[in-house]
Design a protein around this ligand. Structure first.
Ligand code: ADP
Length: 494
C-alpha cells in the first residue's frame, strides 16, 4: 500500500480508538442507551473508523498521486534534455516545482561553467606539460652544462651535460644542496658568491678549469678541461634573489684547434723558409759572381730548381690538406682500376728505384681491382707510398707492391712493403701528423712531412677507407690501405 493511503488508515484507526475511548461521545448518542457498554463501544468505534476512513482515503490517494507526479517531474527536470516541463499536479505543488526548477537551472549553469573551466585547465595543463617536455629535451640535448640553484643553494635544474661535467646524477640531485653533489669547491663558491651579490644586471664570464671524469670503453679517466662559465642571478617578483643560473661551455676543443692552427702556421712557415733561404743564398752567390764557370752556375741552377719544386710540392700539399679538412673538396667519382694506378706509379718511379738498385716487385691479384673513387687522388696515394719506400730503403733493397680484394669487407687491400729503415716504435703514432718527420731520417731523404697526412685524408676522409702501417726498426715497413669498392657517403668531403 502507498504512503498516503497507509497514513489515512493509521489516522482512521487512531480516530476510532480515541472516539471509542471517549464515554461522553457514546453517551451523546441517545439511541445507544439501550445497548450494553461493550456493544456501544464497538458501534461508536466502527462508525467513527468508517467515517474517518471514507473522508481520509481520497485525500491519501490524491497525496500519493501528487507525490508520484512530483517525482516524475523532478526526475525529468534533472535529466539533461534541458527543456522546462509543465507540472500536471495540484496547484500547491507548483511553487515547489518552480523553486526546484530554478535551483536545478542554476546548478546546471554552474556545472557547465565548471566543466568549461576544467576543460581549459586540462588544455593549459597539457600545453604546459608539452612545453616542459620540450624545454627538458632542449636542455638535455645541449652540450653546454646548465645548472640552476634556488635562493637556498639547492639544485633545481641540471641537465645531463652538467651531471657529466660536474660528476653527479642530475635525477638524484634535484632539490638537494649543491655542495652535497658538486665536489668542485671553487665552483660552489662561485655560485654562492653570485647569489650574495644580488646583482641582477650583471652576467659574469669566468674561465674555470674542472677535472672531468671521461668514460671511454668501460674505463674512466680524469681530464682537466677549461670552461667558460657564464653565471647570473635570477630575480623573483619581489626583486629578491630567486636563484643562480650557471652555464658551462667547454673551451678545451676551441683551445686545441687554435693551438693546432698556430702550430700549423709556425711549422708551415718553418718548412717554407728552409727552401726559400736556400734559393736566396744561391741567388746571392750568382749575383755576387761567386759561380765563375758554367758548371758551377749550372749546379746552382739545379739546386735552385730542386728547392723551387720542393716549395711547390709543399704549397700544393698544404693547400690540398687544408681544403680536405675544410670540406670543400669534391671528389671526381669514377671507376678506378688499381692495377693501372700501380702500373703508372711504378713506371714513374722505376728510374729512382733503379738509381738505388732497388727492385720493385708487384703482386697483383687476378680478380677485378676496380674501386669507385677519385683516380687522381688515389694515384697520389700510391705514388707517395712507393716514393717513400724508395726514399727510406737503402741501396739494393726490395719493395713489394701488392693489391687484392677482400670480399668480406668489400674493399681493395693495397700495400707497399719495403726492406728499408723501418719506423721507431715511438714514431708510429705520429707518422700521419702534418709536418712530422723522423728526426734521424731527415738526412736520408728530402721531404715535406705532409705526404702521409695527405694520404690519410684522401683515404679516410674522402674515400671512407683506412690506412695504417706495420714496421720493425731496421728491417722494413709495410704501409697498407683499404678502399671500399663502392663509394659510400656524400660527394662532399666530411
Ligand atoms: P716526407 O715528405 O718527409 O716523406 P711523409 O709524410 O711522406 O713526408 O712521411 C713522414 C715521415 O715518415 C718521413 O719523413 C719519414 O721519416 C717517415 N717515413 C715515411 N715512409 C717511410 C718508410 N717507408 N720507411 C721509413 N720511414 C718512413
Amino acid at each position: 500500500m502507498r504512503a498516503g493511503k497507509t497514513a489515512s488508515l493509521i489516522l482512521a484507526m487512531i480516530v476510532t480508538a480515541v472516539g471509542a475511548a471517549l464515554p461522553p461521545l457514546a453517551a451523546a448518542l441517545p439511541w445507544t442507551a439501550s445497548l450494553g457498554p461493550s456493544t456501544r463501544f464497538a458501534l461508536v468505534a466502527g462508525v467513527l473508523g468508517l467515517v474517518t476512513l471514507a473522508l481520509l482515503m481520497p485525500v491519501g490517494a490524491s497525496l500519493d498521486r501528487t507525490v508520484d507526479r512530483l517525482r516524475s517531474y523532478l526526475e525529468s527536470t534533472g535529466s539533461s534534455d534541458g527543456k522546462p516541463r509543465r507540472f500536471y499536479g495540484p496547484k500547491w505543488g507548483r511553487p515547489l516545482t518552480r523553486a526546484f526548477t530554478s535551483a536545478v537551472d542554476q546548478f546546471r549553469q554552474r556545472e557547465q561553467m565548471l566543466t568549461n573551466e576544467l576543460r581549459q585547465v586540462e588544455i593549459r595543463c597539457s600545453v604546459s606539460e608539452a612545453e616542459q617536455r620540450q624545454t627538458e629535451a632542449v636542455l638535455h640535448a645541449l652540450r653546454d652544462a646548465v645548472l640552476v640553484t634556488n635562493a637556498f643553494g639547492d639544485i633545481v635544474v641540471a641537465n645531463e651535460a652538467a651531471g657529466q661535467i660536474l660528476d653527479f646524477d642530475p635525477a638524484q640531485a634535484i632539490h638537494r644542496p649543491l655542495e652535497e653533489f658538486v665536489r668542485d669547491k671553487r665552483f660552489c663558491q662561485l655560485v654562492s658568491d653570485t647569489a650574495e651579490t644580488a646583482n641582477f644586471a650583471e652576467r659574469r664570464h669566468i674561465e674555470h678549469e674542472i677535472s672531468v671524469t671521461v668514460k671511454e670503453g668501460g674505463k674512466s679517466r680524469i681530464e682537466p678541461r677549461v670552461f667558460d662559465v657564464t653565471i647570473a642571478c635570477i630575480e623573483d617578483h619581489k626583486h629578491e634573489v630567486a636563484g643562480v643560473v650557471t652555464i658551462l661551455h667547454d673551451l678545451t676543443r676551441v683551445r686545441e684547434i687554435s693551438q693546432l692552427k698556430s702550430d700549423f702556421v709556425s711549422k708551415a712557415s718553418h718548412e717554407l723558409r728552409t727552401p726559400l733561404a736556400s734559393i736566396r743564398a744561391y741567388v746571392e752567390m750568382l749575383v755576387d759572381g761567386e759561380a765563375d764557370d758554367e758548371d758551377a752556375r749550372r749546379e746552382f741552377y739545379l739546386i735552385m730548381q730542386n728547392e723551387t719544386d720542393r716549395l711547390g710540392r709543399l704549397i700544393d700539399n698544404m693547400l690540398n690538406i687544408s681544403r680536405i679538412e675544410a670540406g670543400i673538396v669534391q671528389i671526381e667519382r669514377e671507376n678506378v682500376d688499381f692495377k693501372s694506378l700501380i702500373d703508372r706509379a711504378v713506371n714513374t718511379l722505376e728510374p729512382q728505384a733503379r738509381e738505388k738498385k732497388i727492385s720493385l716487385l708487384t703482386k697483383l691479384s687476378e680478380v677485378d681491382l676496380t674501386v669507385e673513387g677519385d683516380g687522381d687522388m688515389l694515384h697520389q696515394v700510391v705514388l707517395n707510398l712507393v716514393s717513400n719506400a724508395i726514399k727510406y730503403t737503402p741501396d739494393g733493397g726490395r719493395i713489394t707492391i701488392s693489391a687484392d680484394s677482400d670480399n668480406l669487407t668489400r674493399c681493395i687491400v693495397f700495400s707497399v712493403s719495403d726492406t728499408g729503415l723501418g719506423i721507431p716504435p715511438d714514431a708510429m703514432d705520429r707518422l700521419f701528423e702534418k709536418f712530422y718527420r723522423i728526426e734521424n731520417y731527415k738526412r736520408v731523404a728530402k721531404g715535406t712531412g705532409l705526404g702521409l697526412s695527405l694520404c690519410k685524408h684522401i683515404v679516410e676522409t674522402l674515400h671512407h677507407g683506412q690506412i695504417g702501417v706495420e714496421s720493425e726498426l731496421g728491417l722494413g715497413s709495410r704501409f697498407w690501405v683499404l678502399i671500399p669498392m663502392r663509394y659510400a657517403g656524400s660527394q662532399a668531403a666530411a
